[in-house]
Ligand binder design. Structure first.
Ligand code: FAS
Ligand code: PHB
Length: 388
């Protein structure tokens, strides 16, 4: 097969890139190793930044998000049971949208199929070749047959566990990472959230996040040990801890558990995000702890930068965008990394923390919920800095 841009991975990054390229008249083929059903039902992120919601609308994939998504003009920071609202409307006049990542993926897949662009599911044995040549190749098997895609460029949108980042030659990549000594136990429940907006709750028992997917579906997270076994957490124990970590700030209604799982917490970046004609975008290049709700939004930002660079290459024979791709993305990636780390270190209990650390956290939380300057800093990064 032959295409201008070969895309590995049909997550938010790969699907959004394909849509952006289609609108620019640039051909692409997406290869995905999971089934359509699997990727459309994988529960992950839930919060879309201000500019990213506008992007989904601009590329014609925002109708259901506008109809079913929930606009939020603020969040609550709970400090041992006392809620403090960060007012995005007043501070930055921007909003975030609550709309599950799997819903975004469904709409992007439907759009891709309507565009008629090739999207191959359940491929196997994907590999990349000749990435430093002008004709890099993707090889894989599909429906039992060996296949090869002859490309001008390859976009590695295959997530943290994909094959693109490991395909870089030794010595090219610099890795920057930090693992956190805890994880998040996340549940999806048929129950109303305790507040109409998110609650990030700091308590002596540990962190908890009360978010949602609709007025009747809650997405709730508990800080847990990094090597926690979900089998140790009965529904009753989860609910009990969620009640306690609200600290009496709100009443929490229980309901049917629809899904539960544990997400590890890590900060991870590779530099550069490109080698030859292979470009990494999204989780294949970076991971943030979900405390800042940045993961999916960063994936969109990377592919917006890449699509603009590819457009300039094909339309004006300009290489500067492609040459500067990494640097352009990494500025924003490090903003998001720092913000996600900062939100994580201010809200969680750490195993070897001292009484000093706890007082310092409380002082920090008190400052950001009382100082207009400090809460503006939080608000402008939370709703998402513009993609320049
Ligand atoms: P993705 O991982 O979404 O997509 C990569 C795609 O490539 C997948 O479909 C995968 O099947 C495919 N693939 C992998 N290897 C391949 C191969 N060899 N060949 C072909 N295809 C291959 N972010 C938030 O902002 N908030 C959250 O609450 C949040 N919760 C998360 C919970 C979990 C369990 C995980 C894993 C992530 C979570 N994230 C969260 C982060 C998440 O939303 C990512 O940032 C987002 O999915 C990034 O999108 P992509 O870069 O497209 O990567
Ligand atoms: C979610 O709704 O899944 C969500 C929201 C905000 C976060 C993390 C996850 O910081």
């Amino acid at each position: 097969m032959r295409t201008q841009v070969g895309i590995i991975g049909a997550g938010p990054a790969g699907l959004m890139l394909a849509r952006l390229l289609h609108l620019q008249g640039i051909s692409s083929i997406i290869v995905e190793n999971r089934s359509r059903d699997y990727i459309e039902n994988r529960i992950r992120a839930g919060l879309i930044e201000d500019w990213a919601a506008d992007l989904l609308i601009d590329v014609g994939v925002g109708e259901r998000m506008k109809a079913e998504g929930m606009l939020h003009w603020g969040i609550n920071i709970g400090i041992n049971g006392e809620l403090h609202r960060i007012d995005f409307k007043k501070l930055v006049d921007k909003r975030v949208t609550i709309f599950g990542q799997q819903e975004v993926v469904k709409d992007l897949v439907a759009r891709r199929l309507a565009d008629g662009g090739p999207l191959l599911f359940e491929v196997d044995g994907v590999s990349v070749h000749d990435m430093t040549s002008q004709r890099p190749k993707i090889r894989f098997t599909h429906e039992g047959r060996a296949q090869e895609i002859d490309c001008d460029f390859i976009a590695g949108c295959d997530g943290f566990h994909g094959i693109c980042r490991p395909s870089f030659p030794d010595g090219v990549l610099n890795v920057f990472e930090r693992d956190y000594p805890f994880g998040w136990l996340g549940i999806l429940t048929e129950s109303p959230p305790p507040d109409h907006e998110l609650i990030y709750s700091y308590t002596d028992r540990g962190f908890a996040l009360y978010t949602m997917r609709s007025p009747s579906i809650s997405r709730l997270y508990l800080q847990c040990d990094h090597d926690e076994d979900i089998e140790n957490w009965s529904d009753a124990r989860i609910w009990d801890e969620l009640h306690k970590r609200l600290g009496g700030a709100r009443k929490l209604q229980e309901g049917k558990m629809l899904q539960k799982g544990i997400t590890p917490m890590r900060s991870f970046v590779v530099e550069p995000m490109q080698h030859g004609r292979l470009y990494l975008a999204g989780d294949s290049a970076h991971i943030v702890p979900p405390t800042g709700a940045k993961g999916m939004n960063l994936a969109f930002a990377d592919v917006l930068v890449l699509s603009r660079a590819l457009d300039a290459f094909y339309k004006s024979k300009r290489n500067d965008g492609l040459e500067n791709y990494s640097a352009s993305c990494l500025r924003r990636v490090w903003y998001a990394q720092r913000f996600s780390w900062w939100m994580t270190q201010i809200l969680h209990r750490f195993p070897h923390e001292t009484a000093f650390d706890r007082r310092r956290q409380l002082s920090d939380l008190g400052y950001i919920t009382s100082s207009p300057a400090a809460s503006t800093m939080l608000a402008e990064q939370y709703v998402g800095l513009p993609v320049i």
